[in-house]
Design a protein around this ligand. Structure first.
Ligand code: AMP
Ligand code: MG
Length: 406
């Protein structure tokens, strides 16, 4: 098949996202156990944060007018945090601590460092400003305010925010269950001896890591023999048990490649063969209603296609709102690309920095079967299709950290 038959990456990306729909149902989950979950509603605060005006420092609460009129103020009460205060007696000061409620009648707090205490008599040693050191009620969040948007991925600060308004349970989308299925009669699980012609299955553990890093659950389907019947059976079983199916290998044009035929037999093939390097034979379709991403077999191609296409699609299926891919940085190449390619290439690169200058060095072996280069590298550089590039030209750089966790 000529390269002109390959679908451009941008077109495939857009078609994938256009077919993404939220696949998981909504569940209530303790906020304390919801890191990485996607909010299925925008919670509303039932309270003000803080609930009352309170002191920003350890010191003394006074009425500013009393300070203006009197040289010293007797201390009339003590207000630790967590206690409801009495109204401030006119002409007096209240000993107060950080976070404690301001008593009615007080309007200013003096830091203890700017005071002197003689018995119960307070002198103020530095002129205060009216209203200082008070954190007003609702300064952070007002009652009735909606807090976070539906589709937000809960980061630790979001968990803290929900807790700060007293929300114990959040409505979130159940994390997707992803079926992982390896094809290839040559594959052996790590831990067993290799016989002639066999290789270890590296894609399975890598995919487990990629899926787990994204916060999804795994349905392990095991290895599938390279026959159409076994592939069909495995796919139809996986479709019953998971929200999305990911396969590796068996998606190219060889006689031992059965993924495509199995998808067509059980549902429909929506995309196949992209102008991407590595990863050209990627397939996308549906087994019944269950989306399936048929990733290539070569491990570096699995890594690239998962991060650049499968993960963005799956984030949309999880109900996450916002850019499906992280924004890349633009970094200069330390190498040239002399022969323009018709496929968009994602090279494994290392980003160096010295004296404020940054540049990208390519891993020496970009073969799609070489996974060690992805461990040497710290990200992917997007080499645009049909362009030659010189040393110093800037390209989009995606760090693995952003691509896997961002
Ligand atoms: P295929 O598309 O099935 O012909 O696979 C392409 C290449 O990737 C072959 O060299 C396979 O042996 C290799 N491969 C396929 N699946 C895996 C896997 N799970 N782990 C390591 N290599 C694999
Ligand atoms: Mg194979």
């Amino acid at each position: 098949m000529a390269t002109s038959d390959l679908m451009p990456v941008d077109e495939a990306f857009n078609q994938l996202l256009a077919q993404a729909r939220v696949l998981s149902d909504v569940q209530k989950r303790p906020v304390s156990d919801s890191l990485g979950c996607i909010l299925a509603e925008s919670p509303v605060s039932g309270v003000n944060v803080p609930p009352t005006d309170n002191s920003a420092v350890d010191g003394f609460a006074i009425r500013y007018q009393d300070y203006q009129q009197q040289g010293t103020l007797p201390v009339s009460q003590r207000i630790p945090a967590g206690v409801g205060p009495e109204p401030l007696k006119p002409g007096t000061a209240a000993r107060i601590f950080t976070g404690a409620a301001i008593p009615a009648g007080a309007d200013t707090v003096i830091m203890q460092e700017n005071t002197e205490l003689d018995g119960d008599t307070l002198s103020i040693t530095k002129a205060p400003e009216s209203g200082q050191n008070i954190r007003p009620r609702g300064q952070d969040i007002e009652q009735g305010e909606s807090l976070l948007e539906t589709g937000t991925r809960l980061l630790p600060q979001h968990m803290g925010l929900l807790a700060s308004v007293g929300i114990e349970q959040a409505r979130v989308y159940r994390p997707l269950t992803v079926a992982i299925l390896s094809t290839g009669d040559e594959l052996v699980p790590p831990g067993q001896p290799l016989k002639p012609g066999q290789i270890y299955n590296s894609n399975r553990d890598m995919l487990r890591g990629l899926v787990t890093a994204a916060g999804w659950r795994i349905h392990e389907c095991g290895d599938v023999a390279d026959t159409l019947e076994a592939t069909r059976d495995a796919l139809s079983d996986a479709a019953q048990r998971a929200d999305i199916i990911i396969t590796t290998g068996g998606v190219s044009v060889g006689e031992e490649d059965h993924i495509r035929d199995a998808i067509e037999a059980l549902g429909q093939l929506n995309l196949w063969r992209l102008a991407i390097k590595p990863g050209k034979p990627l397939a996308f379709g549906h087994v019944g209603n269950t989306p399936i991403l048929g990733l290539p077999g070569n491990p570096a191609a699995v890594l690239v296609t998962f991060l650049m296409l499968a993960r963005p699609f799956m984030r949309c299926c999880q109900g996450e709102v916002g850019p499906p891919l992280p924004a890349p940085e633009h970094v200069a190449l330390a190498f040239s690309v002399e022969r323009p390619q018709s496929r968009r290439e994602f090279q494994r690169v290392r980003c160096h920095e010295e004296n404020g200058n940054r540049w990208l060095e390519a891993a020496p072996n970009q073969s799609s079967g070489v996974l060690s280069s992805a461990c040497w590298a710290d990200g992917l550089a997007l080499i645009p299709e049909n362009e030659s590039l010189e040393v110093g030209d800037e390209v989009a750089f995606y760090s693995f950290t952003q691509l896997m966790y961002g």
